[in-house]
Design a protein around this ligand. Structure first.
Ligand code: ADP
Ligand code: ZN
Length: 306
């Protein structure tokens, strides 16, 4: 018996098989076409999943979704990079296709679950996971279980407003963290500070090489990150923070800047437990499918949270 893990994000679609211990065995990756709708994505995922599980008995299907999931329906409802999710009932579509239990959760939340499980050192109790990529997302895991607080999710750290007059966000607000510190956000910030168009990748490589202008951009960005992270730490009291996503790849220098800006703003009694526990993600590309496997196995009662 296997778990079919699916991932639908802004750039790629992934189907993977996991065994009942949660280990990923095999995967298929296809790029998403720009402008593709929810319906096309679901058909593509079904084809990839069928192909991969042809000779396999499935115990469940588990999907990580790059947007908002309505937990009472068990289905995605909203996504800022893909239209049509209010028209497609992904839960019944996958149930009809595979005839096994189907679990769908926000991709960042699943990533958080995987990071908690594989973190070294292990979080004492509570992990706050933050991904900084095309967007910024968060997830909280407490004692091995995803913290699920609202029907439509929680820990949307990327949509905390850090500059009320800032750039417009796809969510409709202005100056959300994501508009200034995601990959594209950093590019906007650099344009504002340096007056030139550049890429997030270049900003980070210049910053690591000691470039003064790139350092100004990263300092400003780390300041915005701190404005959102410190209240998140005050609210959830995590003992461990893990940072993933393209912007954080091998980026210990920027992580250290974020930590340095954040800690002084944290409620002092909460500072000590997390001050030495800001880490980079260790799972990278597989993190969402890995989390999808763990989530399904926990829901099926096959895997204890720890
Ligand atoms: P997604 O968020 O779409 O799943 P990623 O987590 O890979 O994908 O994030 C993509 C974003 O990260 C892009 O905006 C890209 O510019 C940025 N990025 C990718 N690699 C790096 C890097 N080495 N340094 C800084 N930014 C990067
Ligand atoms: Zn927003």
């Amino acid at each position: 018996m296997k778990i079919l893990c699916l991932e639908s994000g802004g750039t790629k679609l992934v189907a993977a098989l996991a065994d009942l211990s949660g280990e990923l065995l095999d995967r298929r990756i296809e790029m998403r076409s720009s402008g593709q709708t929810a319906e096309v994505t679901m058909h593509q995922l079904r084809r990839m999943g069928k192909d991969l599980s042809r000779d396999t008995t499935l115990a469940a299907v588990s999907q990580g979704f790059g947007g908002t999931v309505d937990r009472s329906l068990g289905s995605p409802t909203l996504c800022y990079h893909e239209t049509g999710w209010d028209q497609v009932h992904a839960q019944s579509f996958l149930t009809d296709a595979f005839r096994v239990p189907v679990f769908i959760e926000n991709d960042c939340n699943l990533a958080a679950l995987a990071e908690y499980r594989f973190a070294v050192p292990k979080p004492a109790d509570t992990l706050l996971y933050v991904t900084i990529g095309t967007g910024i997302g968060g997830g909280v895991v407490h004692r091995g279980k995803l913290v699920e607080l609202g029907n439509l999710g929680e820990a949307e750290i990327g949509h905390i407003v850090v500059e009320p007059e800032g750039p417009e966000c796809p969510c409709g607000n202005h100056g959300c963290l994501e508009t200034l510190c995601s990959g594209p956000g950093l590019e906007n910030l650099a344009h504002r500070i340096i007056g030139e168009r550049t890429t997030a990748r270049l900003i980070m490589s210049d910053f690591k090489a000691g470039d003064a202008l790139a350092d100004r951009v990263c300092s400003a960005a780390a300041g915005y990150m701190a404005q959102a992270l410190a209240p998140a730490i005050n609210l959830f009291s995590p003992d461990t923070l893990i940072f993933g996503g393209g912007v954080m790849n091998d980026n210990a220098e920027y992580l250290s800047k974020i930590r340095h800006e954040t800690l002084p703003r944290v409620f002092p009694p909460f500072r000590t437990s997390c001050s030495e526990r800001f880490f980079l993600s260790s799972l990278r590309e597989d993190v969402v499918c890995q989390g999808a496997a763990i989530y399904a196995l926990q829901r099926l009662g096959e895997l204890d949270p720890h």
